[in-house]
Every structure is written in C-alpha cells, then in structure tokens.
Design a binder for this molecule. Sequence first.
Ligand code: 13P
Length: 244
Amino acid sequence: MFIANWKMNGSQSMLVRWLEGVNKTLDKSLQTKCILCPPVCFLSEASKVIKKEKLSISLGAQNIDPSNISPLTGGIDGAMLKELGAEYVVIGHSERRKVFKEENQLLSEKLESASKEDLRVIFCIGESLKEKEEGKTISVLKKQLEILNDAELNNFTVAYEPVWAIGSGETAKLDDIEDIHRQIVDEVRSFKKESFLGVFYGGSVDSSSSRQILSLKGVQGLLIGGASLECEEFCNIVLTNNQN
Ligand code: 13P
C-alpha cells in the first residue's frame, strides 16, 4: 500500500489536478493500492472527484478527535470523517504527538472514536534521535504500541516513522528497518489482534529509496509525506514498486 500524507499542504485545485494525474498514470489495480490523506477540509472535494471520475483510490484523514468528549469546539469525530468519504485515519503521528502533546490516554480515545465508525486505523509510532542514540528505540516503540492491546480495532496497520527521518532527507538503515519491523510485528502479534494487517514504513521515502525499503521483509507499505505532494513523484513510487 502507498499512503500519501499531505500534512498541512495543498489546495483544492492541486487536489483535483493530483487526482486527475493519478487517474491517467495508474491503472485501476494500482489505484486500489493507494490511499490519499489530504487536509480534512479537502476530503469532501476529493470524494466527489473520486466518484465522478470513477477512481479506485481510497481516502484517509490525518487526524480524528475522540467522540466521548462533548462539547468540543473544533472537534471532528469518526462519523464526520466517514461522511466526508474517509475510510482510513492516521492516529498518533509524531508531529501531533509533539506539537499537541498527544499521549497514550488521548490516543486510546481516538482509537475508540475510529473503531466506533469502522474506520481503518494507521497507527504511527517512532523514536526521536535522542531516544535512538540512547538505545531506547524498542522500548519507546513498545510503550507507544501498548494501547493497541486494549483497543477494539477493525483492520489496522502500524506505521513506523523514526522521528529523525521525517522530512530530513535521511531514511533509516535498511537492516534497522527490517529488524525494527520484525520486532513491531512480534509485539503486535503478541496482543492477538486478528485485524492487524502489518507495518508500513515512513520517513523521507521517495522514488529512489522506495523500492529497496518495500522489498524488505515485514514492510507492507509506505507512508509518504513530502514526496507524495507531486503527483508524478508519487506515481513513480507506485510504478517503481510494481516492476519485476
Ligand atoms: P516525509 O516523507 O516528508 O519525510 O514525511 C513522512 C511522514 O511523516 C508521513 O506521515
């Protein structure tokens, strides 16, 4: 799977051009492997274009609010995201963990909000540079994964995104990615969640690095930030990974 996380970028006209480009470049079977997560304000337009042009790409939201906190000015819950056409939702992205201090308690409530509406969760985890240098990567990841144990989830994936690799142009070493993915898989499997679909990698992935990363054991997909904004680059990543 290839997830385009636009973060706080784009515009309505860019969205329309991007979707048209994807439709021209990727055949339907490749489109089914793609999930676009635009800013929430563009989800409705994206959904309209997808229906009108009969695209096979899916939509996801970059965030969700807990549905058990009410009233909540500015809040957007799972039911609202669903109405806008989202099937997936990203929860626990490091940018939100850092800026909005999103921690396990709040993230558990977000998981619940998603699960109530059958949204498929892409649960992000990752260690900071300091944590990596102190040899704490695995313990940090396990702590972040802990809340999945109690969550009732529909099909979900975990996205491993080392914080220091995001937007830095630096990807983790291939051996490290493979080893860490294996440990994440083992940990989540120990929770006995049948709805666990695997682990994705994210952090400065582009068309030159994607093939090697996706060929690693345990890497089921890519979560792509900056390189997903350009339609051509995003499509190149998808196409490169479908050559023999
Ligand atoms: P970049 O691909 O821009 O490093 O972003 C990765 C990411 O955070 C995707 O969620």
